[in-house]
Design a protein around this ligand. Structure first.
Ligand SMILES: [Cu+2]
Length: 168
């Protein structure tokens, strides 16, 4: 003869309450991804503009930048410049992963957001919107301040080659 086991008592109401309490702070969570110092140089229409910024991942998990877009450009992408001998070579990165607590710094001569084929001239004082999309936190809108770069190296002697572009 089998004994009917007592079903375990579930604190159903208490659990629901706890879940509600856990969910509430998420609404007011601080930003996981923080962008600072977004700027770009002036550039003529149809040229490529390079945007610079710092992206900090304040979360506990890696964040991956998976897409870049701007209404100011026909196309936007993540680029990285590298000096190889006397030349600067530029290549496109499909994604960029930022470790928890790390900051990805986009600066002249290294990482940059390439705004390809600008729809109109970008002038000093303009504010250029860019949408960054991350795998976990989703999309965020960043505004790039257009200003001259006093520390810019002389343009002469530098050749850019986009390894990802079809030959023209
Ligand atoms: Cu580039």
């Amino acid at each position: 003869m089998a004994l009917t086991p007592n079903p375990p008592r579930r604190p159903a109401l208490g659990l629901a309450f706890a879940l509600a309490c856990l969910a509430a702070p998420a609404l007011a969570a601080p930003d996981v991804v923080v962008v600072t110092g977004a700027w770009m140089r002036p550039a003529p229409a149809r040229a490529n503009g390079a945007g610079y910024l710092a992206i900090t991942n304040r979360g506990r998990l890696p964040e991956t930048l998976i897409a870049v877009a701007s209404p100011a450009a026909a196309k936007a992408s993540i680029h990285e410049s590298r000096r190889i001998g006397p030349m600067m070579i530029m290549r496109r990165l499909q994604i960029l992963t930022i470790a928890p607590g790390a900051t990805a710094t986009f600066a002249p001569g290294g990482l940059h957001l390439m705004l390809e084929s600008l729809r109109k001239p970008v002038k000093i004082g303009d504010r250029v919107p860019v949408v960054l999309t991350f795998d976990r936190t989703g999309s965020m809108r960043v505004v790039f301040d257009v200003r001259a770069d006093a520390a810019a190296p002389a343009a002469g002697g530098m050749r850019m080659q986009d390894a990802d572009s079809p030959p023209r």
